[in-house]
Structures are given as C-alpha cells and as structure tokens.
Design a protein around this ligand. Structure first.
Ligand code: NDP
Length: 286
C-alpha cells in the first residue's frame, strides 16, 4: 500500500470530544442539548444504528429520547408524534430512522419535521439551504466526508472531484458541498457512460453506490484521494466498501478504509448537527 490512510475513526473520536465540551457548556448554562430518535418497527440493522446514536449521545453528554414504535404504526400516528417533538422545547434535534415501513411516506415524515430540528439535513428547506449557501443542516455523511478531506489537507479549489452516486442523502449533497469548496464536480450514476473515463480524471473520488469493490485500480488516477462511502458485504460476508481497497491503495495518494472511514464520521456529524441546533435554540433563534 502506498496511499496514506485517512483515519475516520480517530477524527470522529476527536470530534466527539469537541462535542462533549460544547454539550457541557450548554448544560452548565442551564440547557442540556436533546436529541429525539424515532424508530419504527423491528429491523435489526436500524436497531443497531439507533443504539449507536443513543450511545454516542450519552458519551457526549447529550440527552437522548428513544421512541420505539411498532411496525404497524400508521403514518398519521407517526406524524402526530413528530409534531409533538417539534413543539417540545427540550428537544433540539429529531431523527426518524429510515427506512420506514411501507405504509408510511418517508417524504411526508421528513417534510413534517421542523427544519430547524432536522439534524439529518433531509428536509427540503435544508436541501435548499445547501443549494443556495444559506444556513441549514448538512446531511451527516457528506458533511463527514468534507471533514475527512479537510483533515487530510486535500486541496479542493480547482480540483477535479467525481462523485459516483446521486442519492438525496449522499451523492447530491456531496457534490454540492464539493462545489461550495470550489472543486469542479462531476456526478456519475447508473446511466453514466464509460464510468472509468470520469473516475480516472478525479483528483478526489467519492464512491457512494452500494456495490462491493466496484472501483478498481484501473479506474483511479495515480495519487488521487479516494473516499469510500459504500457499506457492503463481500463474498465472505465481511464488511467492505465500494472501492477495491487492496488494489486501489497501491495507486491512490490517500484513501479511507471500510470500516473506520466514513462510517464513524457520519455518526459524529449527527452530534455536531444536534449541538448546532441546540446552540441556535439557546441563542434564541430557530
Ligand atoms: P442509493 O442506492 O440511494 O444510491 C446509489 C447510487 O449509486 C444511485 O445514484 C445509483 O444511480 C448509483 N449507481 C448504482 N449502480 C451504479 C453503477 N453501476 N455505476 C454508477 N453508479 C451507480 O444509495 P445511498 O446513496 O443511500 O448509499 C450508497 C452507499 O453508501 C451504500 O453502500 C450505503 O450503504 C452507503 N452509506 C454509507 C453511509 C456511511 O455512513 N458510511 C451512510 C449512507 C450510505 P441511479 O441514481 O441512476 O440509480
């Protein structure tokens, strides 16, 4: 391996410590930050994600409230619960764990969360803020990727950045954040012709597809920075990214591992957004 390893676990640890200090300041001033996490149903994967989020809050001194609702919860009941949380002054951030059972529209749920408590950054008001450069919440995963690039000292102004994937929660906001940092951004997706031609131009390549090891060494420019958002299982059931780590690390200049790269940063940025919401609420704004 010639590439420098970008250690997301270490950076996330230091961000969590900074969050704990910010939470302490708010708590000592008489207002402990609070995050509500709503989980609907019994998906084991969602339960694990939620447990991590609750533990992270605890460790950082953020109060968390877990609402675990049954799988047959109606949309109306969930929306009513979200509206209650919107009105609750002790709650700064609301996170409804996705995916939701099929009887519930995720879009309507996200739209019902008050934008100033939408710490996932999925509400259209926050997506619009990201698009226009206004103050809002950035989705945790792409926000975490920007912190990783910053920590690794990767120059972005004028750089060729290629994002593979165009989802609303990762690819699109990622492209927008890279654009804000003055990169020249290309977004690739399942209909892109000659994917490798695009990825080979990238100084910074962000893979957010969900296909194990699809980015291979021949698709990467020597010296490029590679950020692997993907979380997949390989043929042996082992967690792996969208990047074929072994071969790409021999060509790239810097690379994130899976696990230990983007994943811990996504979790850490949820705390950052929750504190941001709490600090804005303490300052009297929304
Ligand atoms: P989605 O399935 O919503 O989006 C995947 C994107 O990849 C789509 O835009 C799709 O294109 C594109 N795509 C699919 N196949 C190809 C292909 N052959 N070539 C190029 N593009 C392709 O996934 P998410 O954005 O939600 O997540 C992406 C990955 O990141 C997943 O592995 C997920 O588990 C992981 N993830 C990791 C997180 C972390 O914290 N580490 C957080 C969130 C996600 P099209 O739009 O045309 O269908």
């Amino acid at each position: 391996m010639t590439a420098k390893l970008i250690d997301g676990a270490a950076l996330a640890r230091s961000i969590r410590q900074q969050c704990a200090a910010r939470a302490k300041t708010l708590t000592e001033a008489g207002r402990q930050p609070g995050l509500a996490v709503v989980l609907v149903g019994d998906s084991p994967a969602s339960a694990v994600y939620v447990r991590h989020k609750i533990n992270d809050c605890k460790e950082a001194g953020i109060r968390s409230v877990l609402d675990h609702l049954p799988a047959d919860t109606t949309e109306q009941a969930l929306l009513a619960r979200v509206r209650e949380l919107n009105e609750d002054p002790s709650i700064d951030g609301i996170l409804v764990q996705l995916p939701l059972p099929k009887q519930i529209s995720e879009q309507r749920v996200i739209a019902t969360i008050a934008a100033h408590k939408d710490v996932d950054g999925f509400h259209v008001a926050n997506a619009g803020a990201l698009m226009t450069g206004a103050t809002g919440f950035r989705p945790c995963t792409p926000y975490g990727v920007m912190k990783l690039l910053e920590s690794a000292g990767v120059p972005l102004a004028g750089a060729e950045a290629v994002v593979v994937g165009r989802s609303n929660i990762v690819g699109k906001p990622q492209a927008m954040l890279l654009l804000q940092s003055d990169a020249t951004v290309t977004i690739c997706h399942s209909r892109t012709r000659n994917l490798a031609e695009h990825t080979r131009r990238a100084d910074v390549l962000v893979a957010a597809v969900g296909r194990a090891k699809m980015i291979t060494a021949d698709m990467v420019k020597p010296g490029a920075t590679i950020i692997d958002v993907g979380m997949n299982r390989d043929e042996n059931g082992k967690l792996c990214g969208d990047v074929d780590f072994e071969s790409v690390a021999a060509v790239a200049g810097a690379i994130t591992p899976v696990p230990g790269g983007v994943g811990p940063m996504t979790r850490a940025m949820l705390l950052v957004n929750t504190l941001e919401a709490a600090e804005r609420a303490s300052a009297g704004g929304t």
